[in-house]
Design a protein around this ligand. Sequence first.
Ligand SMILES: *[C@@H]1O[C@H](CO)[C@@H](O)[C@H](O)[C@H]1NC(C)=O
Length: 360
Amino acid sequence: MTPMGIFGILFLFVALYWGTDPFKYSAISEFPDFEAYKVDMPPWELVPTVRDNDNLLQKSEIKFLNQVQGPESIAFDPLGRGPYTGVADGRVVFWDGENWNDFAHTSSNRSELCNPKPSPASYLPNEHICGRPLGLRFDKKTGDLYIADAYFGLLKVGPEGGLATSLVTEAGRVPLRFTNDLDIDDEGNIYFTDSSSKYQRRNFMQLIFSCENGGRLIKYNPHTKETNVLMTNLQFPNGVSLSKDGSFLVVCEGCSGRLLKYWLKGKKAGTSEVFAILPGFPDNIRTNKDGEFWVAIHSRRSIGKPHGQAVKYSPDGKLLRVLEDSEGKVVKAVSESDERDGKLWLGSVLMPYIAVYDLD
Ligand SMILES: *[C@@H]1O[C@H](CO)[C@@H](O)[C@H](O)[C@H]1NC(C)=O
């Protein structure tokens, strides 16, 4: 991969984007103050080049085809039921073992605009009305489901489901623009990301081109209802996950394609450092029972067919495993990779299915 490679991808994206303008938005017309920010790209020699030559993700099972549209995040409740997932029309749905059921929603203003559509992307123009649940996590003690909704901020819904309650819509007097993912510690504190201070999810193309640096990592204390901004100046922060011992958080930074570590405990508490350089641009991250981190790679750094990739890192940031479907034959995209009982549950914000890969 050469610098020309990057230019190639950018050129391709720009050409595709300007050529089709799929959502009838144009970066300049809607955002007259559009500005591109410099991204501190890691040197090429630090970018991992390991590939999964066996294309192991092709062995995944495709489940629930056309029953779930754009299931980004996957969660199981404290009784082990599920999966639950957030879909493109703004609902959180629940698999009871036989059927998908409505569980919760984030918008109090749902209408026929949120009715079924042919593809996950066709919901984009109405997402700000219907809601778009991205990150999902259950509080294991209370059974409450916490939801990071791209448009409605941080919300919570009880085990009975229904309309979720809004908890946070701004932090440090700056409104949340693009809430993305969350995790919960043992005391019930919520850590969540706001991907941009300027662009909403339906304008993600502008965010990708601008790499605006208003992204934040935020803490919400449900007991005091206080909100604290932990990290600022992030360029498209996305997934977030606590370490197994709760001493640090790992945050995915989309524009630079790296993982950042934010210390919560110990001498370095309150400081951050680079945890790892990723082979591509990340979406969500989830910690497994051994304290390792699975990162969903949304796209690679070089040109190629869209394809699914998930990579695993040790608790100290070493790349342990790469799984992919480099031809995009079975798993075309991965937004989240959750390890559970020897299986990886692979969500995707773009696809109409959940893929399950058997690790054993
Ligand atoms: C509610 O939805 C309608 C479209 O169905 C929209 O025109 C209106 O602005 C929305 N109201 C609020 C408060 O979001």
